[in-house]
Design a protein around this ligand. Sequence first.
Ligand SMILES: NC(=O)c1ccc[n+]([C@@H]2O[C@H](COP(=O)([O-])OP(=O)(O)OC[C@H]3O[C@@H](n4cnc5c(N)ncnc54)[C@H](OP(=O)(O)O)[C@@H]3O)[C@@H](O)[C@H]2O)c1
Length: 313
Amino acid sequence: MRIKNVCIIGGSGFVGQHIAHLLYAQGIKVRILTRRRENAKSLFVLPTIEVVETNIHDPRELSQSLVGIDAVINLVGILDGDFVLTHVELPRKIVAACVQNDVSRILHVSALHASTDGTSAYLRSKGEGEKIIIESNLEMTIFRPSVIFGPGDSFLNLFANLIKRLPVLPLGSPNAKFQPVFIGDIAEVIIASLSISATFGQSYDLCGPKIYSLRQIVEYVSNITKHKLSIIGLNDWLSYLQAACLEILPGKLMTRDNYLSMKTDSICHCKNENNLMKKFGIQPTELEEVAPQYLAPNTPRDRYIGFRDRAGR
Ligand SMILES: NC(=O)c1ccc[n+]([C@@H]2O[C@H](COP(=O)([O-])OP(=O)(O)OC[C@H]3O[C@@H](n4cnc5c(N)ncnc54)[C@H](OP(=O)(O)O)[C@@H]3O)[C@@H](O)[C@H]2O)c1
């Protein structure tokens, strides 16, 4: 079946907006469901993208939003909050709404190493959500990415913003490993999978080409943003304590559950034959190819500061 109408649930976010732009470029109509229309305002200008404000947790509203849709992409995810409601109950409601509307195709974005016996509530709830999707009778595909980078990401940008303000960073879990994957590659594989029946019933781990420790990533961000930084790597006990303190501060930069998630290295162990990017002929993009384009200082003022730094003034 040729897919002409796609509904993206959680489509106002980082991954959703990239996917929506690519679908738009391919002439596929997109309906974005959001709790607040303003969240997707950068998409308003694209005529075949419809942004619908709705309560996706309400089964009736959710079902009505899927009328006329050929495929659903679920991107709703949180790092803190009600994991059961968001990662378990919602997929259950989405499956029911798909069945009610004869939508047979569902693409679901989970997380690398999501598992019902994962190290954190986040990973366990993502694992429960995957189970619901797998046990549905839908033509499903699950994507399990490591941390995703690209313009607008919240991972590298978070550190870039912290580094601007702090000359010294006490870094929790400095040896946790990540295999960052580029948003452009993620969006491309998800869209390429839409109507490929060989991806039905499959789950794919998605990783970039290189493994880094958290410390290496922060050092790299400090280098490209040209902000000098001393990193103090915290031991396990202090990392936990730091997460417990940050959890109660406004902004919640980190939680104890995030700390527990980092107990599992976010790296792929996939063999080549399971590598979806290879199947689609996509060469995974390196962090170093892309990150400088959106993190390196580039305003006239930034360039001036760079000149002063280099001149030692
Ligand atoms: N970014 C990464 O590095 C990364 C890595 C691994 C896995 N993932 C997974 O990939 C998916 C997309 O990630 P992303 O980076 O695009 O996330 P994001 O930018 O935070 O966007 C998530 C979307 O979920 C919706 N949402 C959040 N909380 C919700 C709630 N309680 N109820 C209903 N909707 C809610 C938001 O929509 P509204 O607020 O507009 O309603 C938002 O558009 C998520 O499932 C995430 O867990 C991401």
